[in-house]
Design a binder for this molecule. Sequence first.
Ligand code: SF4
Length: 494
Amino acid sequence: MTDDKPREECGVFGVWAPGEEVAKLTYFGLFALQHRGQEAAGIAVSDGRQVVVFKDLGLVSQVFDEQTLTSLRGHLAVGHTRYSTTGATTWENAQPTFRTTATGSGLALGHNGNLVNTAELHDEVRELTARHNGTGFTATTDSDLITELLAATSADIGLEEAATRLLPRVRGAFSLTFCDEQTLYAARDPHGVRPLVLGRLERGWVVASETAALDIVGASFVREVEPGELLAIDENGLRSSRFAAPEPKGCIFEYVYLARPDTHIAGRSVHATRVAIGRQLAEEFPVEADLVIPVPESGTPAAIGFAQGSGIPYGQGLVKNAYVGRTFIQPSQTIRQLGIRLKLNPLRDVIRGKRLVVVDDSIVRGNTQRALVRMLREAGALEVHVRIGSPPVRWPCFYGIDFASRAELVAGDLDMDGVRRSIGADSLGYVSLDGLVQASEQPASRLCAACFDGNYPIPLPDDAQLGKHLLEEIIANDGKLTAGYGAAGALNQP
Ligand code: SF4
């Protein structure tokens, strides 16, 4: 089934709470973060003597059952849901990643984001393993490189110090939760590209990708983990240190689509932001119409805002087959041809004879909107006006979001009228970047908007060193990058 939406890389969760069922808390935390990754899930638990990891491919509910969770006993845990932007979908690449240090201590790590100096870090790992007569390097994710480097250096100096020394050399987007037998750690890259928050339980602490994951386990929000901050939580309490000066560049796409609407980012409600985007759209692209309908669920708040801003009634015109995107059963060719009908079904009585405004969060390849416009016309719509809660996506993301390749992005080389004709709408309007930034209530200088404007806030290495399957490529070529690998158009392919 083709999915025409950008895909978030991962969700991370960590808990330190002696006396609580930490594996179950993590399980529910991961449930709340399932939208951030649906290919694999894992939980690492420590009881103070050893770190045990359980992970597998599949949804959180498919990977864990009562028996497994009950067997994972301890006072701290780290959890992860994965969608791969680096490395293939294999069991080995599921997280938390795990290593044993030279002193026999365990280390488990979960990572959300994507690094941009993977090749450099890989060289470092090769040198280290050669020096220590290591058995060789098998990881094919940037996350596993971090784990390997931390494990290799922490035997002598301890994990906290190893992280303080390593993290300034790690470039790109990373929100990390990791642990050894005693201590839970959390760290966020100096740009704070991906979210990471700290919460308080009555008898412990929680760190999570989104505030919605704090809510589900009954933790109260304390604050965001600061860009460039390392947190350590153990029986001595919570310690905070800086490994780099903060230069905030939070991902603006979290507000558009990636984060849950009930999450808060930088103090701003994601839902309220999306409603404000809709109001802004109504101002920037007014239209005469009878009904505003959302593309559920992600277009709903912006459609509400558009209706508020325009005075046009809001209604439900499409019903979502909520669980179809979560199936692991591959559809046959005949079923695949149903395309959008697998996901959305029109309410014909509502739509017939109406001039519609259809509000969606973003356009990536344009396939969904093209099929949608056709479906609404077949259901009797007189006019279909499409309004989009983000500017045209024109550039790939190197910081943890898997869009289509640049060649596949419908706005890659078409102007707005070209996209309108391509999707067959009567009119089309994208919210302006200024309008989007205004809705987020963050200063533009603290946001990344590179997929819209091409200004990448974290410098990128040569094209040849970026790509989803970079590490597999390096290993297959005995440590050397092949010439010409990863032309821009081939980056970030699922
Ligand atoms: S390029 Fe786009 S999706 Fe990627 S971090 Fe920046 S704003 Fe977010």
